[in-house]
Ligand binder design. Structure first.
Ligand code: AP5
Length: 216
């Protein structure tokens, strides 16, 4: 199964992608996670990406597209993948179309996870992420059993640098200008499935699974 998750920052793309990866045994490929790993390891890619991520801007396409092309050509993507956070511009979507054509892969579905701007602000300002395994928590909506400690691996939880009010606002602007046009792009290709992202994570997951069962 070849899936894309589109939606504003904090829509729950990462939360749902992790569940889907486990349920369907396919890789979860999140460009944001790849950049954060590179930042943590202080690689040249990480240094470049950090300049943009800290401002809530998109990392330039010439950096991002090649990185995704390399990732999708690995063997573990042959049976399927969940792309989270890519494409984010029409140019990236065109590039993805070409990459998939070369790999002889057809996308099955594109989930558009809908949430309001206010919900985005509430979620991102309370998000905490595990520095070891990347699991995501929320201080109010899904708190860890012990404050500051990951339930999955006992790693320390941290707040992402881009989850501050100023950067969240900019990320929302960037989403509506540069990424929202992808909804029409994939609608024209008859691939969009709209999901109400404001239900609880389990309810959202059930709706996604129902849609996947329907296209099998
Ligand atoms: P990225 O990491 O992709 O960030 P994002 O799209 O802004 O998405 P988030 O990770 O913030 O949110 P999410 O939708 O995954 O929500 P989550 O499940 O964590 O990208 C970061 C940056 O990298 C970008 O700004 C850009 O600079 C750069 N970048 C990445 N890809 C790029 C690309 N293709 N091109 C150029 N630049 C790129 O959930 C959020 C919170 O809500 C959590 O606390 C969670 O516990 C909670 N939550 C989740 N679901 C629910 C629910 N249903 N109800 C209540 N709470 C919920």
């Amino acid at each position: 199964m070849y899936l894309l998750l589109v939606g504003p920052p904090g829509a729950g793309k990462g939360t749902q992608a992790k569940r889907l990866a486990k349920a369907y045994s396919i890789p979860h490929i999140a460009t944001g996670d790849i950049f954060r790993e590179a930042i943590k390891n202080e690689t040249p890619l990480g240094k470049k990406a950090k300049e943009y991520i800290d401002q809530g801007k998109l990392v330039p396409d010439e950096v991002t597209i090649g990185m995704v092309e390399e990732r999708l050509s690995r063997d573990d993507c042959q049976k399927g993948f969940i792309l989270d956070g890519f494409p984010r511009t029409v140019n990236q979507a065109d590039a993805l179309t070409n990459i998939l054509e070369d790999l002889e892969i057809c996308l099955d579905i594109v989930f558009n996870i809908n949430v309001s701007d206010q919900e985005v602000i509430n979620r991102l300002s309370g998000r905490r992420v595990c520095s070891e395994c990347g699991a995501s928590f929320h201080i109010e909506f899904s708190p860890p059993q012990e404050t500051g400690v990951c339930d999955e691996c006992d790693g320390g939880l941290y707040q992402r640098d881009d989850d501050n009010p100023e950067t969240i606002k900019e990320r929302l602007v960037v989403y509506s200008k540069q990424t929202a046009p992808l909804i029409d792009y994939y609608q024209e290709r008859d691939l969009i499935c709209v999901i109400d992202g404001e239900k609880n994570p389990e309810q959202v997951f059930v709706k996604i699974k129902e849609a996947l069962e329907a296209i099998k």
